[in-house]
Design a protein around this ligand. Sequence first.
Ligand code: ATP
Ligand code: MG
Ligand code: MG
Ligand code: MG
Length: 562
Amino acid sequence: MRQKNAFIPTLRTVGEAEMVSHQLLLRGGYIRQLATGIYTYLPLAYRVLHKVENIVREEMDRIGAQQLLLPALHPAELWKETGRWTNYGPELVKLQDRHERDFVAGPTHEEVITDLLRDEMNTYKKLPMSLYQIQTKFRDERRPRSGLLRGREFIMKDAYSFHADRESLDVTYHHMYQAYMNIFTRCGLDFRAVEADAGAIGGKGTHEFMVLSDAGEDTIAMCEACDYAANIEMAEVVGSEKSTDKTPVPAMEKVATPGKRSIQDVAAYLNVPTRQLVKSLLFIADGTPVLVLVRGDHEVNDVKVKNLVDASLCELADEETIRRVTGAPSGFVGPVGLKEKVQVFVDQAVMQLNEMVVGANEADTHLKHVQVGRDFTVDQVADLRNIQPGDACPRCSATIRFKRGIEVGHVFKLGTRYSEAMKAKFLDPNGKEQPFIMGCYGIGISRTIASIVEQHNDENGIIWPVAVAPFAVHLIAVNMKNEDQARLAEGLYEKLQQAGVEVLFDDRTERAGVKFKDADLLGMPVRVTVGAKANEGTVEIKLRRTGEAKELSPEEVLKELP
Ligand code: ATP
Ligand code: MG
Ligand code: MG
Ligand code: MG
C-alpha cells in the first residue's frame, strides 16, 4: 500500500486516553472513537483485525469447530426463557422494533445458539458439535474508557459446544484450551491460563486467559514455581469502580431465615474447616437468591465440593436432581432451601451480589442487600479467597505473587444451564430425552489487539509482532524527489509485493524525520530505508524491536526478512 494515498490519520497528541494501547492506536491512526466505547477500525487496524481473526479461525478449524454467523439482534423471548432478560443486568442493550417488540443487541449468544440447536439436533448420533462465530457484540459497560480493551461495541469470537455426556465436554474443553494456548502464543502475547474463580463454578470448569499487564483490571494469584494461577476477580471487582456507581442499594440488613443453613453448616457438611472453603455458591432458595460464601481450599475435600459445585451449575434442577448429583442427604438439601430450583448465575455472580442474601455465619440468619466494598472491605473479601501475596501455593507450596492481567479469553463448562432452561434436548441411545451438555468459549478479538499493543511498544510507538503486523515491511524512500531513491524504492516495492511480502511504502514527500517518526509510531516489524546511498545500490534494513540495522543491497532484503 502506498502511504501517499493511505488513510492513516496520525496524531501528535491525544487527549484523555489513559491506556498506552488506547493512546498509540489513536495516535497511529489505527482507530477513531465514534462514541464512548464505540470505535472505527481504520485500514491499518482492520488489517490487524484480519490477522488475529485468521489465527483464531485456523486454530478453531483445526479442532473441528465450524464457523457460522448468528444474528446480532435477538428477540427478547429467548432471553426471558433463561431469565437473563432481567438477570444480565444493565449491560444488556435492549431495543424495540416498530411494533414495540423487545430485542436484545447480543452481548453473547448462548440463547441464540441453544435455540438453533434445540430444533436441529434431536439425537446423540449428531453429537458432539462445536460451532463458532466472529462477531460484533454489544455490552453497555460501566467504564468503557480504555479504548479497545473495553468497548461497548467490540469483536468477539464465541464458540459453543454441545455434548451427550460430560466426558465428551471434557475432551472438547481440553481441545479449546489448547487452541487458546496456540492462539495467544501466535499473537505474541505473554499470558497465563488461570483458574477463573467466578465464585459459582468449580476450579476446573472454567479458565481465563490473562495477558500479564499492569493495564489489566483483574488480579491474578500466580505461583513463582509451578503453573498454578487463579483469578481473584471477586476481590478486585468489588473494590473497583465496577461496583460503585450502581443504582443505590438499600442498607445491609440482618434477617432471620429459619431453616436456612449458615456457612458453618455448609462447612460441617463438607467436612472441611470453615476457613478452608473458597467457593461462592449461588442458589435460588425458595425463590430468593442466596450467596453462600464458602471459604478455603476446595481440594481439601475435592470430591464433595466438586460435586456440590457441579450441582449448582444445573440451573433449574429440582431437589431430587441436586440430591442425586451431590449425594447430599435430604436433611442438607432441604433446610438450605433448594425446594424448587437451583440457579447459579455463573458469570454474573459478582454483579448480582447487591441483591443477594448472604450467609451470615450464624444458623437461621442471613444478610440482605449486601454490598461488598461498602459492607465488607475488599480485604475481607480477599481474605475469603484465603489467598494473599506471599502465601504458599496450594499446589507446590512455593510463594504466591499477585499480578495484573487482561482477560483476553475465557473457556467455560456450562453444563445444562442453558439447555435445561430452554428445553434443548436430544434422544440418548436408550431413546430417553436428555438436555445437551454445553461448553462456551470466548475470545475478545478487539481486546486482544489492544493487549498486543500494551505488551509491544516503546516510547516511540507500537512494535507489532510479525504474525499480526498490518504490514511486514515499512519501505521508506527518504526523498522521493531524488530520482535514484525513487527508482530504487519503486523497484523494491514491486519486487517485495511480487514475493508476497506485505509492504507499506512511504512514498510521501514528507521530511525524513517525519517519515521515521511515523514509521516508529506505526510499528511495522521491519523498516527498509532507501536513502542517500541509493546511487550505490545500498539500502538499510532495521528491526523495529531491537533497532538493529544493517546496510545491504536491495537483492538481499528478501533474505533478511524475519
Ligand atoms: P470482563 O471481565 O473483562 O468484563 P467478561 O468476563 O465479561 O470480561 P466474557 O463474557 O467472558 O467477558 O466474554 C469473552 C471475552 O470477550 C472476554 O474474555 C474478553 O476478552 C472479551 N470481552 C468481554 N467484554 C469486553 C469488552 N467490553 N470489550 C472488549 N472485549 C470484551
Ligand atoms: Mg464483563
Ligand atoms: Mg471476566
Ligand atoms: Mg469472562
